[in-house]
Design a protein around this ligand. Structure first.
Ligand code: CA
Length: 229
C-alpha cells in the first residue's frame, strides 16, 4: 500500500521541493504550512511519516512533535532542521522524533530517510499490537479477523471487520466518518461518507440486541461514530 507522508514546512519553496520529490518516489503526500494545520490533518487521517520543520510560525516543530506523539505512538517523525548544532538534533530525537534531516538536503537522501522510517514504523505497527480485543460481550481476534459475541461467531464482510476493528481499537473515542472512510476505503474510488453509514447500519443488525436502539455502535451526531462496550 502507498505510504502516506505529511510535509510540515512554512517555506513554500522548500515544501514544494520536498513534496515533488516524495511524490516522484511513489509516496502519497499531504502538506501543511504550520503546526496547527498539521495536527488537524493528523486528526483527520493517519500518516506513516510526518516530515516536520522545526522553525515554524506559531507552535514550533518540537511542540508539534510532542502533540503528535500524544495522538499516536506509531507515526514516524523526521525533523527538517536548518540548525546544525548537535544539541538541537539530540533534543529533537529525545522529543520523540525518529530521525532528522539537515537543510539543505539532497532529494535522494531525503527519500532514503523517509523509506527507512517507513520500514521501522511498519515493523513497530506489526509487532506489539494485541491479537485479541475483548470488549463487553465481544471478542475480536485480529489474527483470524473474526468477531465473537458471547462466544458466537458473528459473520462479517472484510469491510465490516475493518470498521469494527478500527472502532474497537479506539473504544470510547468519537471517530469522524471521514476518518473511517480514509481508514477502510483508502485509495479506492469511494469518496462519499454515506458508505460508512450503510455499513454501520449493517453492523448494527449483526451486533446489536436492538439495532434501532444501538448500545455498542453509537452515533455521534454531526460527526461520526464511537464504540461503547
Ligand atoms: Ca521554517
Amino acid at each position: 500500500m502507498e505510504k502516506r507522508i505529511l510535509v510540515v514546512e512554512d517555506e513554500a519553496a522548500i515544501r514544494e521541493l520536498v513534496v515533488i520529490n516524495l511524490k516522484r518516489a511513489g509516496f502519497q503526500v499531504s502538506e501543511a504550512p504550520d503546526g496547527e494545520s498539521a495536527l488537524a490533518a493528523c486528526r483527520e487521517r493517519e500518516f506513516d511519516v510526518v516530515l516536520l520543520d522545526i522553525t515554524l510560525p506559531g507552535m514550533d516543530g518540537f511542540a508539534v512533535c510532542k502533540a503528535l506523539r500524544l495522538q499516536s505512538d506509531t507515526v514516524g517523525i523526521i525533523f527538517l532542521t536548518a540548525r546544525t548544532q548537535e544539541t538541537d538534533k539530540v533534543g529533537g530525537l529525545k522529543m520523540g522524533a525518529d530521525d532528522y534531516v539537515t537543510k539543505p538536503f539532497s532529494p535522494s537522501e531525503l527519500v532514503a530517510r523517509v523509506e527507512a522510517v517507513c520500514r521501522r514504523v511498519q515493523l513497530a505497527a506489526a509487532a506489539p499490537r494485541e491479537t485479541e480485543i475483548e470488549s463487553g460481550p465481544f471478542l475480536l481476534s485480529v489474527k483470524s479477523r473474526t468477531l465473537y459475541k458471547n462466544g458466537q461467531l458473528v459473520p462479517l464482510t472484510q469491510v465490516e471487520y475493518q470498521i469494527i476493528e478500527f472502532l474497537m481499537r479506539h473504544h470510547g473515542a468519537a471517530i469522524e466518518r471521514s476518518r473511517i472512510l480514509n481508514e477502510v476505503w483508502s485509495g479506492q474510488a469511494y469518496t462519499d461518507a454515506k458508505i460508512v453509514d450503510v455499513n454501520i447500519r449493517r453492523l448494527r443488525v449483526k451486533l446489536e440486541d436492538e439495532p434501532s436502539h444501538p448500545v455498542y455502535l453509537q452515533t455521534v451526531w454531526g460527526y461520526g461514530y464511537k464504540w461503547c462496550p
